[in-house]
Design a protein around this ligand. Structure first.
Ligand SMILES: Nc1ncnc2c1ncn2[C@@H]1O[C@H](COP(=O)(O)OP(=O)(O)OP(=O)(O)O)[C@@H](O)[C@H]1O
Length: 269
């Protein structure tokens, strides 16, 4: 059947939706006997930012940590359901967790540079993953990672000084450079701005916009304003359940669920 002009126009107006880079299906998480997540289905869409929001203790960080198996380090924690990266199940026995975490990097709430020089903080990952051919190549990776994390100009003359000597906001951008240096496909951010002042926060948010060109990002945030500013998709959790997931703009302007409405209007949380 011939495609009509109006169909062509409609297709041009609504580009193909981007595919899911990571997909959680029926994800349940337990800490010992206590269930923290119930049957969660979420897509983390490629080259977009997905925000995870909800009141304290609702399971946002627990879900984020499932995406690169950081929960594996908690003895009592067990995960059921499936989580895929592209098409591969990340919980499959054959998965090398070190390789997985190189593909799915993480930035934490509190900036945590290694007690080493700025250069070494960024060079460490590429070196252990064998990504640099020689010293010149390593220098190039370090510079480009610091540039992509918008911190090169501030540190280029003191690469040999300790990363811990930088301001909080600079340390967080250094940690982002460290995450980028191993060329991850996905970057997980667990409240990356909660320890930062408004100016440092604005810089990280601007950086998140830029990073979205090349990386898929999932971010836990307590700030609904931040979720609205930085993300295209938002997932709202409550008491371990995923209540609503969708386009950020839609979720904040036209929530489908009463609990989402209650949370975004400040009635609880
Ligand atoms: N290591 C742990 N051992 C036992 N229970 C845990 C552990 N980590 C989290 N929990 C529990 O799992 C539930 C979800 O916690 P989680 O930290 O994922 O929530 P959150 O939404 O990220 O909270 P917050 O916004 O306060 O960081 C909570 O009831 C919490 O007490």
């Amino acid at each position: 059947m011939a495609v009509t002009e109006s169909e062509t126009q409609a297709a041009a107006a609504s580009p193909e939706p981007k595919p899911a880079k990571m997909r959680g299906r029926g994800v349940c998480v337990y800490y010992g006997d206590k269930q923290a997540l119930f049957d969660v289905d979420i897509d983390v869409v490629e080259k977009q930012v997905t925000s995870l929001i909800g009141p304290s203790g609702c399971g946002k960080s627990t879900f984020l940590r499932c995406l690169n198996r950081m929960n594996d380090v908690i003895d009592t924690c067990s995960v059921t359901g499936s989580i895929t990266l592209d098409t591969g199940d990340i919980y499959d026995k054959s998965v090398d967790v070190v390789q997985l975490r190189a593909r799915v990097g993480m930035v934490f709430q509190k900036p945590n540079p290694f007690p080493k020089s700025i250069f070494e903080n960024v060079a460490y990952g590429p070196r252990i993953h064998g990504l640099a051919k020689d010293k010149t190549d390593l220098d190039r990776i370090v510079e480009s990672s610091l540039r992509r994390a918008s911190i090169w100009e501030e540190v280029k003359d003191r690469l040999d000084q300790p990363g811990t000597g930088l301001s909080g906001g600079q340390q967080q951008r250094l940690c982002i450079a460290r995450a980028i240096a191993v060329e991850p496909e996905v970057i997980l951010m667990d409240e990356p701005c909660s320890a930062l002042d408004p100016i440092a926060t604005a810089k990280i948010e601007e950086l998140i916009h830029e990073l979205r060109e090349n990386f898929t990002i999932a971010i836990v945030t307590h700030s609904m304003q931040q979720a609205a500013r930085v993300s295209q998709k938002t997932a709202f959790f409550h008491l371990g359940n995923l209540i609503e997931y969708g386009e950020t703009e839609e979720l904040f302007t036209n929530p489908k669920h009463e609990k989402t409405q209650g949370y975004i209007t400040g009635r609880f949380g």
